[in-house]
Design a protein around this ligand. Structure first.
Ligand SMILES: NC(=O)c1ccc[n+]([C@@H]2O[C@H](COP(=O)([O-])OP(=O)(O)OC[C@H]3O[C@@H](n4cnc5c(N)ncnc54)[C@H](OP(=O)(O)O)[C@@H]3O)[C@@H](O)[C@H]2O)c1
Length: 271
């Protein structure tokens, strides 16, 4: 594997230099996973290529030549663009593939490429843009060294948890789509605060810091959610009044139904 790596020009090739690719490779370069000059990005947009170039990354418009000159190839294009990319790569000698494309199963990727390459399938989420991402990662086809690379890549921009491919739809339902649930809750809390006389700025500061602080304390304290809820609730107090109202409105089952809907949709979109 060591010799094999040194034969290739780049450690990592990236197809598609958009929002997710930028977050992942810039975060990983900052964390010291690799030097920018070990990475080459294939991207049609000249301005995006120039921006990557200023940060020390190599760029290209030739996906096929890139695929043949890297140890790992990350597919970070939109799923609907993938058939055209696959057409370009057909018959090429492919390295270990890493796909973050939503809804594209390893089987679909392999069929489109008509190749037997090893594939890691990953479902990351948007907060990887600020180093606080969460990724579900299926690396079951990879060697230990390859697994370490892929897990290291996504751990550099947040956290990564290994799951079998058949659980990636569940990951989508919890953490892939999850940031939107947090924003919905935040928006509702800000609106409720304004209804109680706070300015938008005040309500937003209170809501945002409460979600951040609540998550940080949950993570650091190691307490269960029941214990944490109990720690904020005194008998006959304000929190209990709010929690009873949430319960009466079916909050937990609403969350459960929402996650089921996301997972169902992920399955429908998978190919
Ligand atoms: N955003 C998320 O929260 C999220 C979460 C999980 C997974 N994902 C997955 O991540 C992938 C990338 O999403 P994104 O939000 O980063 O999308 P994006 O910002 O649109 O990035 C895709 C990039 O691919 C480029 N591109 C288009 N055609 C290409 C081609 N033939 N060869 C090479 N590059 C090409 C696009 O360039 P132009 O703009 O010039 O067309 C664009 O820069 C998607 O498959 C998505 O399902 C996203």
């Amino acid at each position: 594997m060591g010799n094999y790596q040194s034969e290739k020009t780049y450690l990592l090739g990236v197809i598609g230099g958009g929002v997710m690719a930028r977050a992942i490779i810039c975060g990983a370069a900052q964390a010291g996973v690799f030097a920018p000059d070990k990475v080459c990005i294939c991207e049609p947009d000249e301005a995006k290529r120039a921006a990557f170039g200023r940060e020390g990354f190599h760029t290209t418009t030739n996906a096929r030549s890139l695929a043949e000159n890297c140890n790992y190839l990350l597919f970070a294009v939109k799923p609907q663009v993938f058939p055209a990319v696959a057409e370009d790569l057909r018959g090429a000698s492919l390295p270990v593939l890493i796909s973050i494309m939503a809804g594209k199963t390893k089987r679909a990727v392999r069929t489109a490429l008509n190749a037997e390459a090893k594939i890691a399938r990953v479902m990351p989420n948007l907060p990887c843009c600020v180093g606080e991402g969460m990724a579900g990662v299926d690396v079951s086809e990879l060697s230990e060294e390859e697994k370490t690379f892929v897990l290291g890549l996504f751990s550099a921009v947040g956290k990564a948890v290994e799951v079998p491919e058949e659980r990636l739809d569940a990951v989508t339902g919890v953490s892939g789509s999850g940031p939107a649930y947090v924003y919905l809750f935040l928006r509702s809390l800000v609106k409720a605060g304004m209804e109680q006389g706070l300015t938008e700025e005040q309500a937003n500061a209170l809501a945002l810091q409460t979600v951040k602080g609540g998550a940080a304390y949950a993570e650091q304290s190691g307490k269960s959610y029941d214990e944490l809820i109990a720690a904020v609730s005194s008998k006959g107090g304000t929190t209990v009044a709010a929690l009873s109202s949430f319960e009466a409105d079916g909050f937990e089952s609403a969350v459960s139904r929402a996650v089921s809907a996301a997972v169902k949709r992920a399955k429908e979109l998978s190919e």
